[in-house]
Design a binder for this molecule. Structure first.
Ligand SMILES: Cc1ncc(C[n+]2csc(CCOP(=O)(O)OP(=O)(O)O)c2C)c(N)n1
Length: 575
C-alpha cells in the first residue's frame, strides 16, 4: 500500500472513525482500496459527491461521531462544499479526505487538477495539507485534524497528494510511514498536544479545545437571582433527556423563567413555548415590553423563527448569555457572556444557587396562558380551513407513528411544522446551519441509515427535485418514508413579503409542473399520490407499515391558496 494512504487510514483507525463514504475516481484509488479492504471500516459507495457529503452529514448528525468522505482530485471535492458549510454551522464532524496530484503537477496543464490545498478555508476548522515525503509532519497534521473533528464537532479537510502508480503500488521498499503509523506514535503526539505548556500559539489553540470556560459562579448567580424575567431560548438541539428533565424541573419551580423552544430543539413540555411565531406574531406593544427579558439565556444552534430574532434585537435583554461548548453566537447583538461549557453543567450550578424559586412572578404564567388561548384558536382554525399546505402538514404530523425520526427540508415545511405541537416522542432534524435546499434528502437518508428509528422525511418539491440524486443510493432503509408536499414551486416565496409584488415572482417561485412518479420508478421506491384530504388520509393510513421498498407519498397542494390560508391563520390567532 502507498505509505501516504496507509498513514491516513491508520490515523482514521486510531481515532475510531468507522464510516467512510467513497466517491469514485482514480487519484483516490489508494484510499478507496485501503479503506474498503480494511474490516475496521464500513464503506459506502456514492457517486455524486454533493449527495455523498450530505449523506455523511446525516450519519454524523445521528452518531455525533466523525464520518469520513473520500474523493478524487479536481472538481469532485468542490461538490462537498455545501455539506461542509452546513456541517461548519451545525457543529457536525465531517472528515473530508481528497486525493490530489503532487505539487509539481498543479497549474501546469495536467488534467483533473485544481488548487485543492485550503480550498474550504472559510468554512473548515482545519486543513491538513499532507506532504508527499514528510511522514512525521503528516502524522502531526493528521492528529490535529482528527482531534479537532472529534472535539470541536466540526468539519476538517485532509488533502493527500499521490503520485503514480495509483494501483498495484508495491511500495518499492518505501515503508517509512510504518514507523509513524503506530498507536504509540499517535499516543505520543496526542499527549504532547494535551500537555503542551509550550506557549506556542497553535498548540495553545488546540489545547483550548478541551478546556471549558473559567466561570465566576458568584457573579453570574447574582445576575440570575436579580433577574425577574429570564428567557431561555433553545435553537437546534440534539435530543437530551438530561436537559429535558432539568428544564421541566426549572419551569415547574421558577415562575420567572420562560422557556422557548423550536421544533428542532427536541424538547417538549406544555409549559414551554414551542411555537414561537404563533405566540409572538400578534403581540401588542405592551406585550413586547413585558416580554423583554432581563436575562436571555440561549442554548443550542441556529433559530428558525425570524420573528423572535427581530423581536430580541429590538427589545434587547440587559444580559445575554450564550452557553455552548462549541460556538459563540451573538445573534441578538447584545451578548454579555459566552460560556464555553456544556449547558446542563452551568445551568445546574446556577439553579442550585438560585434564591428566586417560587417567587411571585407572572412572567412565565402570562405567556403560557396566552399560548393556551392561541392553541384553542389554532384548533378552531384548522377544523374549518381549506385543503392547503397547512392542513396537509397537520394531517401528516398526526399520522407519524410514535418514536420516529422526522427530517424536514427548508424552507416553508419547517416553518409550517413549527406552528404545531409535535408528538413528543419524535426526534426532529433540519439542516439549519446554512438553511440550504441542496442536501435535505441526502441528509435524511444518511440519518435514516445511521438511526434505528423509522425515518420520515417531510419535504417541499423544489428541495426534493434539487437533490433527486439523493435517491441514487444503495443504503436507503426499506422503512424510509418521503412525504413530498408538491405545491409546484417554492411556496415560501409567496409567504414572505417581497416576491409577490416584485413583478418577478416567476424567478422566485420557479413553477415546474413536475411530479416524482418517474423518479420513484427509476430509483425503485414505492409511489403513491394524493390531491385532496381524503386521499391524503387514505394513503397515510398504511404508509408507515413494513414494506419491501422505501416509499414516497406525493401530496399535491394548491399553490394559489396556500399563502392565503396561512395569512388567514395568523389573522385568526389574534387575541
Ligand atoms: C442551495 C439553496 N439555493 C436556494 C435557496 C433559497 N431557497 C430557500 S427555500 C427555496 C424554495 C423551497 O421550495 P420547496 O422545497 O418547494 O419548499 P416550499 O417552500 O414550497 O415548502 C429556495 C429556492 C436555498 N435555501 N438553498
Amino acid at each position: 500500500m502507498k505509505p501516504l494512504s496507509k498513514q491516513v487510514i491508520s490515523a482514521c483507525e486510531y481515532f475510531g472513525i468507522d464510516k467512510i463514504v467513497i466517491s469514485p475516481g482514480s487519484r483516490n484509488a489508494p484510499l478507496t482500496i485501503g479503506f474498503s479492504k480494511n474490516k475496521n471500516f464500513e464503506t459506502f459507495s456514492i457517486v455524486d459527491e454533493r449527495c455523498a457529503g450530505f449523506f455523511a452529514l446525516g450519519m454524523a448528525q445521528q452518531t455525533q461521531k466523525p464520518v469520513a468522505l473520500v474523493c478524487t482530485s479536481g472538481s469532485a471535492l468542490l461538490n462537498y462544499y455545501p455539506a461542509i458549510a452546513e456541517a461548519f454551522y451545525s457543529n457536525i464532524p465531517l472528515v473530508v479526505i481528497s486525493a490530489d496530484r503532487p505539487k509539481h503537477l498543479i497549474d501546469i496543464g495536467d488534467g483533473q487538477t485544481i488548487r485543492q490545498e485550503n480550498v474550504y478555508q472559510n468554512h473548515i476548522s482545519y486543513s491538513a495539507n499532507l506532504d508527499e515525503k514528510d511522514f512525521e509532519k503528516n502524522s502531526k497534521l493528521l492528529v490535529e485534524a482528527l482531534l479537532i473533528a472529534e472535539h470541536k464537532k466540526s468539519p476538517v479537510h485532509i488533502n493527500v497528494p499521490f503520485d503514480e502508480p495509483l494501483y498495484n503500488d508495491n511500495n518499492n521498499g518505501r515503508d517509512i510511514a510504518c514507523n509513524v503509523c503506530t498507536k504509540n506514535n499517535y499516543d505520543t503526539i496526542v499527549n504532547e498536544i494535551i500537555q503542551s505548556q509550550s506557549g506556542r500559539k497553535k498548540e495553545e489553540k488546540l489545547v483550548s479545545l478541551f478546556i471549558p470556560s473559567q466561570i465566576d459562579y458568584q457573579k453570574i448567580s447574582k445576575i440570575w437571582n436579580n433577574s425577574q424575567k429570564k428567557l431561555i431560548l433553545v435553537g437546534v438541539n440534539y435530543p437530551s433527556e438530561e436537559l429535558q428533565e432539568f428544564l421541566n424541573d426549572l419551569v415547574e419551580n421558577d415562575n420567572s423563567v420562560l422557556v422557548m423552544t423550536e421544533t428542532t430543539s427536541n424538547l417538549y413540555n406544555d409549559k414551554f413555548i414551542g411555537s414561537i411565531d404563533k405566540l409572538i406574531t400578534n403581540f401588542t406593544e405592551k406585550d413586547f415590553q413585558y416580554f423583554q427579558p432581563d436575562l436571555l439565556v440561549t442554548l443550542g444552534g441556529l433559530v428558525v423563527s425570524k420573528r423572535i430574532k427581530q423581536l430580541l434585537r429590538k427589545y434587547q435583554p440587559k444580559h445575554h448569555w450564550h452557553i455552548d461548548f462549541y460556538t459563540k453566537l451573538d445573534t441578538y447583538f447584545c451578548l454579555t457572556e459566552y460560556f464555553k461549557i456544556k449547558p446542563i453543567h452551568l445551568l445546574k450550578i446556577i439553579h442550585n444557587n438560585s434564591v428566586c424559586s417560587k417567587v411571585e412572578n407572572s412572567y412565565q404564567h402570562k405567556f403560557v396562558e396566552q399560548k393556551t388561548k392561541r392553541n384553542e384558536k389554532h384548533k378552531q382554525f384548522l377544523k374549518q380551513t381549506k385543503y392547503s399546505d397547512l392542513k396537509v402538514v397537520e394531517q401528516v404530523l398526526n399520522s407519524i407513528p410514535n418514536n420516529c425520526q422526522l427530517q424536514i427540508s427548508n424552507s416553508s415545511m419547517i416553518r409550517y411544522v413549527q406552528l404545531f405541537d409535535v408528538n413528543n416522542t419524535l426526534q426532529v432534524f433540519c439542516n439549519r446551519g446554512t438553511s440550504g435546499i441542496d442536501g435535505s434528502t441526502s441528509t435524511a437518508i444518511g440519518a435514516s441509515f445511521a438511526n434505528e428509528k423509522q425515518t420520515v422525511f417531510l419535504t417541499g418539491d423544489i428541495s426534493f427535485f434539487y437533490d433527486s440524486n439523493a435517491l441514487w443510493n444503495n443504503y436507503v432503509p426499506k422503512n424510509f418514508r418521503i412525504i413530498l408536499v408538491n405545491n409546484d414551486g417554492g411556496g415560501i416565496f409567496k409567504i414572505i413579503p417581497g416576491p409577490s409584488n416584485s413583478g418577478a415572482l416567476l424567478f422566485f417561485e420557479t413553477k415546474h409542473g413536475l411530479t416524482a412518479e418517474n423518479l420513484a420508478k427509476m430509483f425503485n421506491f414505492e409511489y403513491c399520490s394524493a390531491r385532496n384530504l381524503e386521499e391524503v388520509n387514505q394513503n397515510l393510513s398504511d404508509f408507515y407499515s413494513v414494506s419491501d421498498r422505501p416509499k414516497i407519498l406525493e401530496i399535491f397542494t394548491p399553490s394559489d391558496l396556500n399563502d392565503k390560508v396561512l395569512k388567514e391563520y395568523f389573522k385568526a390567532m389574534n387575541n
